[in-house]
Design a protein around this ligand. Structure first.
Ligand code: CA
Length: 496
C-alpha cells in the first residue's frame, strides 16, 4: 500500500469516527425527563410550601436542590381534564377533554412528540383518560381510579395484578423502567401515583404514624360563605356535612347484606362512637365536626407520607444509576385540594387551594439550588417545557409556554400577567356549578353563568378569598378591568 493511500485511509477512518460521534452526541446530550405526578396532592400539604399540617422531607430536598413554583395552577381543576392539558399543552376546549370524557389519543401530545424525536417513553400508574395510552413505548396503567391495595393494572398484553400498596408498586415499576429501558436513548417517564386521591386508604405503617395525631385546623374550616355566591353555598363537598361513613372509615355493623352495608357506609353520620382512654364516647355536634376533620386529614396525610417516602426512594435509585445529573425531574399533582379550607374537601372550584398545583423541578445543569418563582404558571406549560428541554420545536397551536425562562429565577418581561380558568360540570359531582374566570398575581374574578353571579377577590389583602368585592363600589373600576381581561383571554384562547 502506498504511503498516500495509507494517509487517505487514516483520514477516512478519522472522519467515520467523527461522523459516528456527531450522530451519537446529541442523543446523549439530551436530558432524560422524569415526570412524577400525584393525584389531588395540595401544595399546602408539602412542607417546602409552608405546610402547617405535615412534613415532607424528600419533597423538600427536591425543592432545595432545584426550583419551586409558587404560582402554578390547573386551568380546569379536575383529574381527567388536567391530565389531558398536561399531555397536550392545550386547554380543555382544544384537546376535547372538558369533563371525564375520553381522550382522543390520535392528537399530538408531548409523549408522541418525544417518542418521534428518539426518546424512549413510558407511563406507569394512574392514567384516567379512558382511551389506551398512545405515544408510549411502554405503559402499565391503573384502570380508571385504580385501588390502593394489590392493584390491577392494564398493559398492552392485558390485565396484571401487582401485590402490595399502590404507591410502592408504582415506584417499583418506575425503577424497573430505569433498569430495563434501552440505554442508548434518552427517556421520558411519566410516573403517576394514585395517592392521595379519595378514598384516602393509607398503608399500615403510615396509618399508624398519623393515628391519633391532632392536625391543625385551617382558619377557614368554619367559613360561613358570607358575600360569596350560591354555587359555594349549595356545594356538597363539605367536611362536616358530606363525608360519609366510608370516607371516615367507620366500620359497618356485622350481619348486613352487601346492599344494606353499602347504603349504610354511603350515609353521612350524625354521630360517631369512639374509644377515648378506654371509654366509649359518642360524638355529636361540634365535637363530631372536629373529629371528622381529623379523621379525613389523618388518612389523607398518611397517603401523602407514603408518596414522600417513595419520592426519596426513587431519587436514591436515580442517583445510584448515575442519572441524577442529566435528568429533569418534575414533581406535581393534577390539581390542588381543599384540606378543610372553606369547610371543603375535593377540588373543582376556582379558589386557590383547589387550583394551585405544587411544581418542583430538579435539573442540576440548568436549575440552581433553592430557586423559587412567583410568576404565573399553568398546567398547559408542562408539555412545551419538556419539548424545549429536549430541543424539540413547540408546535404553534400549543397554548402553554415553556417554563424554562423561569428556571433561572428571573422574571421575564414578557411573561403572562393573568391566566384563564374554566370548569364545565353543571351540576357536577358534589353539586358543583360551571364557572370560568381570570386570575392575576393579585386578583381573581369568577363568573358562574348558570347562576349569573360574579365573585371578585383581592388576593393580597384577602388571600383566603373570604370577601367577595363584586358589590363594593370602590371595586368598580377593578371589576371592569378584570372583565375586559377575561374577555381578552377567552378571545385569544379561542374559547367562544
Ligand atoms: Ca385529581
Amino acid at each position: 500500500m502506498s504511503k498516500s493511500l495509507r494517509i487517505v485511509r487514516a483520514l477516512v477512518g478519522c472522519l467515520m469516527v467523527l461522523v459516528a460521534a456527531c450522530a451519537e452526541s446529541p442523543k446523549h446530550d439530551r436530558p432524560n425527563i422524569l415526570f412524577i405526578m400525584t393525584d389531588d396532592h395540595a401544595a399546602h400539604a408539602i412542607s417546602a410550601y409552608g405546610s402547617r399540617v405535615n412534613s415532607t422531607p424528600h419533597l423538600d430536598r427536591l425543592a432545595s436542590e432545584g426550583i419551586r413554583l409558587d404560582r402554578c395552577f390547573a386551568t380546569n381543576s379536575i383529574c381527567t381534564p388536567s391530565r389531558a392539558t398536561i399531555l397536550t399543552g392545550k386547554y380543555s376546549h382544544k384537546n376535547g377533554v372538558t369533563v371525564f370524557n375520553e381522550f382522543d389519543g390520535s392528537q399530538p401530545h408531548v409523549a408522541r412528540m418525544l417518542q418521534r424525536a428518539g426518546y424512549y417513553t413510558g407511563v406507569v400508574g394512574k392514567w384516567h383518560l379512558t382511551s389506551e395510552p398512545t405515544g408510549f413505548d411502554r405503559w402499565t396503567v391503573l384502570p380508571g381510579q385504580g385501588i390502593y391495595q394489590d392493584p390491577v393494572f392494564l398493559t398492552p398484553k392485558g390485565r396484571v395484578t401487582k401485590p402490595g400498596y399502590v404507591t410502592d408498586v408504582i415506584t417499583d415499576m418506575a425503577i424497573d423502567f430505569l433498569d430495563t429501558r434501552p440505554k442508548d436513548q434518552p427517556f421520558f417517564l411519566m410516573c403517576h401515583h394514585k395517592a392521595p386521591h379519595r378514598p384516602w386508604e393509607p398503608d399500615e405503617k403510615h396509618r399508624a404514624l398519623f393515628a391519633g395525631r391532632q392536625i391543625p385546623e385551617p382558619p377557614t374550616l368554619r367559613d360561613n360563605y358570607d358575600t360569596r355566591g350560591d354555587a359555594l353555598r349549595e356545594n356538597k363537598q363539605r367536611v362536616f356535612d358530606d363525608l360519609t361513613r366510608r370516607d371516615l372509615k367507620i366500620a359497618a355493623p356485622l350481619g348486613l347484606s352487601a346492599k344494606s352495608r353499602n347504603a349504610w357506609l354511603d350515609t353521612v353520620p350524625t354521630e360517631a362512637t369512639v374509644i377515648s382512654e378506654g371509654q366509649s364516647i359518642t360524638l355529636r355536634g361540634a365535637e363530631l365536626q372536629s373529629w371528622k376533620y381529623q379523621r379525613y386529614m389523618q388518612d389523607y396525610l398518611a397517603c401523602v407520607q407514603s408518596v414522600d417516602d417513595n419520592i426519596g426512594r426513587l431519587m436514591g435509585e436515580l442517583q445510584a444509576r448515575g442519572l441524577a445529573e442529566n435528568t429533569l425531574v418534575v414533581y406535581t399533582s393534577d390539581q390542588g385540594f381543599f384540606l378543610g379550607d372553606h369547610g371543603l374537601y375535593d377540588k373543582r372550584f376556582m379558589y386557590d387551594p383547589s387550583i394551585k398545583m405544587p411544581f418542583i423541578a430538579r435539573w442540576p445543569q440548568h436549575i440552581k439550588p433553592r430557586t423559587t418563582s412567583g410568576s404565573l404558571a399553568i398546567n398547559a406549560d408542562f408539555a412545551p417545557t419538556f419539548l424545549e428541554a429536549a430541543g424539540i420545536e413547540v408546535p404553534s397551536d400549543v397554548q402553554g409556554t415553556s417554563l424554562r425562562p423561569l428556571f433561572t429565577g428571573a422574571v421575564p418581561s414578557s411573561w403572562r400577567q393573568s391566566f384563564y380558568y374554566r370548569y364545565y360540570h353543571d351540576p357536577g359531582d358534589h353539586n358543583t356549578r360551571a364557572h370560568y374566570g381570570v386570575r392575576t398575581e393579585t386578583h381573581k374574578l369568577i363568573y358562574f353563568p348558570t347562576k349569573d353571579q360574579w365573585e371578585l377577590f383581592d388576593l393580597v389583602r384577602d388571600p383566603d378569598e373570604l370577601r367577595n368585592l363584586v358589590s363594593d363600589p370602590a371595586s368598580e373600576s377593578l371589576l371592569a378591568t378584570l372583565k375586559a381581561e377575561l374577555a381578552r383571554l377567552r378571545r385569544d384562547l379561542d374559547d367562544r
